[in-house]
Design a protein around this ligand. Structure first.
Ligand SMILES: Cc1cc2nc3c(=O)[nH]c(=O)nc-3n(C[C@H](O)[C@H](O)[C@H](O)COP(=O)(O)O)c2cc1C
Length: 410
């Protein structure tokens, strides 16, 4: 059946490719520059091996946990993604799927649906902000999210406006009018299932950002919002501390890859960090997040909750991240492929795939719960793990190198 259940995220991606207009699919693939980081995020998981037991498996396994005090049935969160035109129900469908599976939902401030609708669909919704606009704008957007029922905030601060991809960027219009519709027609008309979904919903994608709408004003277009963001001076650590003070509740800083930044995040009073390189869409050649996770978890894991995102496509990836110190992971493309392939049911399908895969790993590794997974359950090649921004580790390495150089010279 062309549009029903799928067995892996890879199959969901194949269906998404078939169903979506070329530029929408291209926007989800995303990535930047040469694509080193986007490839590495996924490839790095393959370099970590499990050490399963043959006997001693547990008849029942518990996969639940809490993230920033919020209970979740699975250590997997919906990562915020600012995408448009994937499905007419957009982030509301994702929120419903997540709610049905008792999963925490992250909503991007660049998303296509308003926080009010999303939080109504999932009471465990976190609102994501960038550092964009004036302080008054930021406070107004956060207050709106709070009033809508958002239970936590994600501040994503790693974006560095890299642009250009060796495989080409999709053409996305400022808004859809007759002229742009005609220009898009050659890629939309061969995608009847996608078109039919939108025709049935009675709306065409309007490519605006309703969560950035000023009081009494109009929602900016995606590119209008991007322009405001580019024109906003980047934040200092004092600004981050200010932002954290404005949000009375769980606060996650997303985009950390270095040990020193993780320590600064602790100082701001954040509740959690996500070790993230924005899914490889940002500064290309940033290492895979799974390679920098253990160093960060070791340095700050007893002071702040450490999560990871980037490259998670299966339950075994979730197990590896947990074993290396993550409390939970966030997923981006995996659920976007599910949404594109089969709407809300497709997102539920993806969450079920991750649950099944994680359960298999916990079973095979002889654990009774996902939180028990540890580094002893894994094998990774030497030099696989990196500690970026850790002066003490760098000094220790240099001393060892110098000692062995002297040793061999002697
Ligand atoms: C199409 C797309 C749009 C994204 N938009 C946002 C966004 O608006 N805010 C944000 O914090 N992260 C955004 N991200 C990053 C994701 O939240 C997440 O960090 C990343 O997708 C994780 O990698 P994965 O896709 O391999 O799971 C986006 C990612 C993709 C693929």
């Amino acid at each position: 059946m062309a549009n029903g259940w799928f067995e892996t995220v890879a199959e969901a991606q194949r269906r998404a490719k078939k169903r979506l207009p070329r530029s929408v699919y291209g926007a989800l693939v995303a990535g930047s520059e040469k694509g080193v980081t986007i490839r590495e995020n996924m490839h790095a998981f393959s370099r970590i091996a499990f050490a399963p037991h043959v006997v001693g498996h547990q008849p029942e396994r518990d996969l639940s946990t809490t993230v920033m005090g919020i209970p979740t049935s699975l250590p997997v969160l919906i990562s915020p993604t600012g995408v448009q035109a994937v499905h007419p129900d957009g982030e509301v469908a994702v929120a419903r799927a997540a709610a049905n599976r008792d999963i925490i939902m992250g909503l991007s401030s660049f998303a296509s649906k308003p926080i009010e609708d999303v939080a109504a669909a999932n009471p465990k919704t976190l609102f994501q902000v960038y550092w964009t606009g004036s302080r008054e704008d930021m406070v107004q957007r956060m207050e709106r999210a709070k009033a809508a029922g958002a239970v936590g905030l994600i501040a994503t601060l790693d974006w560095s406006f890299s642009n250009g991809r060796d495989w080409g960027s999709p053409w996305i219009p400022e808004r859809i009018d007759l002229r742009t519709a005609l220009k898009l027609a050659p890629q939309v008309l061969p995608k009847p299932a996608w078109l039919a979904d939108y025709l049935r919903s009675g709306a065409i994608p309007d490519l605006t950002t309703p969560n950035l709408e000023p009081p009494g004003g109009q929602a900016p277009t995606f590119f209008g919002a991007y322009g405001e963001w580019m024109g906003t001076p980047p934040p200092t650590w004092e600004d981050v501390a200010w932002l954290r003070e404005q949000w009375d509740g769980p606060f996650m800083l997303k985009g950390v890859t270095r040990v020193d930044d993780a320590k600064r995040a602790v100082d701001t009073g954040a509740t959690a960090i996500s070790v993230s390189n924005h899914g490889g869409n940002n500064l290309d050649s940033t290492p895979a997040t799974i390679r920098v996770l253990p160093g960060i978890a070791e340095a700050v894991g007893d002071q702040i909750e450490v999560l990871l995102d980037g490259g998670v496509r299966r339950g075994s990836d979730v197990a590896k991240a947990l074993a290396l110190g993550a409390r939970a992971v966030l997923i981006g493309r995996a659920y976007l492929w599910g949404l594109a392939a089969n709407g809300q049911a497709g997102v539920e399908n993806v969450l079920d795939i991750l649950r099944g895969g994680l359960d298999s790993a916990v079973l095979g590794l002889g654990r009774a719960s996902a939180v028990e997974l540890s580094a002893e359950d894994l094998y990774a090649p030497e030099d696989f793990f990196l500690r970026l921004g850790d002066r003490e580790a760098a000094t220790a390495r240099a001393t060892t190198a110098a000692t062995s150089a002297v040793g061999s010279a002697g």
